[in-house]
Design a protein around this ligand. Structure first.
Ligand SMILES: [Zn+2]
Length: 106
C-alpha cells in the first residue's frame, strides 16, 4: 500500500505499533504535512488530505454558492430533509453546512 494515493495524501509507511488492531499509515500530504490515517479510511478515500483540503473547499466559490443556496432555503423554512434531497447530500451534511455558515458569519 506504500505509494497509495488518496486525494492529496500519499501513503509513506505503515505504523508498526497499531493499537486496537487498526492499522495506521503515515501519509504525506501535498502541502508537506504528515497525517496518520487508518487503512480503512485511506482505502475508501474517506480521508484525502491533512485537513488543508477542507480549508480550501470552504472557500471554493462553487461551494460558497451552494452554502448560500442552502441557507436561503433554510431561511425560507424548507425542511432539512428536502434540502438534503435537492442537493443530494445527507441531512447531517446540511446541518454541518449551516453550522459552517454561522462560523463564517461571526
Ligand atoms: Zn495538507
Amino acid at each position: 500500500m506504500t505509494g497509495y494515493v488518496s486525494g492529496k495524501l500519499t501513503a509513506v509507511r505503515r505504523l508498526r505499533e497499531s493499537r486496537r488492531e487498526v492499522f495506521l499509515w503515515v501519509c504525506r500530504c501535498e502541502c508537506g504535512k504528515t497525517k496518520l490515517v487508518s487503512v480503512a479510511d485511506l482505502h475508501q478515500k474517506k480521508v484525502k488530505s491533512c485537513g488543508c483540503l477542507k480549508a480550501e473547499r470552504r472557500n471554493d466559490p462553487k461551494l460558497v454558492k451552494r452554502r448560500e443556496a442552502i441557507l436561503a432555503l433554510h431561511t425560507q423554512g424548507v425542511a432539512i430533509m428536502a434540502i438534503a434531497r435537492q442537493f443530494d447530500i445527507s441531512r447531517q451534511r446540511v446541518y454541518q453546512i449551516l453550522e459552517q455558515y454561522k462560523e463564517t458569519e461571526e
